[in-house]
Design a protein around this ligand. Structure first.
Ligand code: SF4
Length: 227
């Protein structure tokens, strides 16, 4: 439901808002792909596989599932050596595991047979693989290659529209719009911060606005029921 923007707010100061959110999310675990990177699984291949596994799967499940798979195979060559059935058995806890197992095996096989064994830091190549959309590609590029475009998932899309810094209908539109309002150095960081922020504070239903650290800036667009 749309509401009128609040007018009793401070001008946007995104660097300061992000700093406040960084503090606010400190008690919460990082999102799965950042947690994988912290554990040393930060190659482009590992990040993409981790993202495929995380699709429509809670971090509490996708993180140990990815680690379980990587303990058996964490390179394109090793993954190609596994059968689809074996990959499927290792990621069975994830939703849509059969399709994901096929996608992961294809990613490994094509990397070996078409790309010389190494994935390039090129978004158009990454999104040419079935099962890898812009969110996974951008996040993996940001973490593994140090560049990319803003990685937008449902949390980033919802929160930045609530703030009122952008007005978009889809994550794809949000990705384009954020490039104009968020500094390039924060394109990956914004995902790292807003995923736990969206899971625990600016939740889809009944966000915790009364105690929110960026309430002074947030126009609370569309927020009609909050605590
Ligand atoms: S919790 Fe409320 S005040 Fe904070 S960012 Fe979300 S909508 Fe804005």
């Amino acid at each position: 439901m749309a509401t009128r923007a609040r007018t009793d707010k401070r001008p946007f100061d995104i660097p300061r808002m992000l700093r406040r959110i960084e503090e606010a999310i400190r008690p919460y675990p990082p999102a799965a792909m950042f947690a994988l990177a912290d554990l040393g699984y930060r190659s482009l291949f590992e990040q993409l596989v981790g993202c495929v596994i995380s699709v429509r799967t809670r971090d509490e499940v996708s993180l140990p599932t990815s680690i379980r798979l990587f303990e058996v195979a964490r390179t394109p060559a090793a993954m190609m050596g596994l059968s689809v059935t074996r990959i499927d058995s290792l990621i069975r806890a994830s939703t849509f595991h059969e399709a994901k197992a096929r996608d992961i095996h294809t990613l490994a096989r094509r990397t070996m047979t078409e790309l010389g064994g190494t994935l390039p830091c090129d978004g158009s190549v990454l999104t040419s693989f079935h099962g890898i959309g812009p969110k996974c590609a951008n996040l993996a590029l940001g973490i593994a290659c140090g560049h990319g475009r803003p990685a937008v998932d449902v949390h980033v899309h919802r929160i930045t529209n609530r703030w009122g810094i952008i007005h978009t209908r889809t994550p794809e539109e949000t990705m384009e719009a954020l490039e104009g309002v968020v500094e390039r150095r924060d394109w990956v960081r914004i995902n790292r911060l807003l995923v736990p922020f969206g899971k625990h504070i600016c939740t889809a239903r009944r966000p915790r606005c009364s105690s929110c650290v960026v309430n002074a800036y947030c126009r609370q667009i569309g927020v009609v029921d909050y605590v």
